[in-house]
Ligand binder design. Sequence first.
Ligand SMILES: [Zn+2]
Length: 244
Amino acid sequence: MFFWREEVRPGLHVAFTSAAAGNLALSVGGDPEAALHSRRALEASLGVLPGSLRFMNQTHSSVVADVGPAAAAPADAAPATVAPAADAMVSADGSVPLAVLVADCVPVVLADRRGRATAVVHAGRQGTLDGIAGRTVLRLRQQGVTEIDAWIGPSVCGECYEVPASMRDEVSAVVPSARATTRHGTPSLDLRAAVAGQLDELGVDVLSRDCALSESSCTLENRRLFSHRREPGAGRFAGLVWRA
Ligand SMILES: [Zn+2]
């Protein structure tokens, strides 16, 4: 069910699901009931209350949402009404289990090293251009968080993410570390390197660039992960942070 899962500090957990956890996006795959079922099974595995895991309606925006305690979401609320329209979420007291959904884009988990705040970020090409990861760091800083750790999950790698030369130029003009070349020598983008660079610049400690073990953490190459480029509409996996 998990590509990577760890209690990174006492009581603080970070995980990235694999395709074995099922498709977790209600808007992808054509079977929202199955996605809801997968979400409930995931919550049981995390040891969090049913319906407490907070998802976003992700739109490649640069919106960072603050989410309140889990009790603020009525148990009978439809998932879509509970999910903020955003591409990053911050739980100031860390009490809300957070999820970000991806299938090639970069999932990022952030956590206050000394306090309780947690956050998740969805950084695709547009989000990276708009600095969504940096915006989330600034939101945490506004809330008094000084030291932040980051975990970057599986995404399409720079050797696979081929783009037109003009697009590579557009992105790397703003984020130079995004500039890459595929293994075939054609223009590409390395969004993980770009996001890691943006976090580095803000003094965030990136503890795991890709949470890689002995296998590839490239979504396009590793069939244990969902990839929009390899199989559009097949599903989304999740980056997760929760306290327990
Ligand atoms: Zn790759």
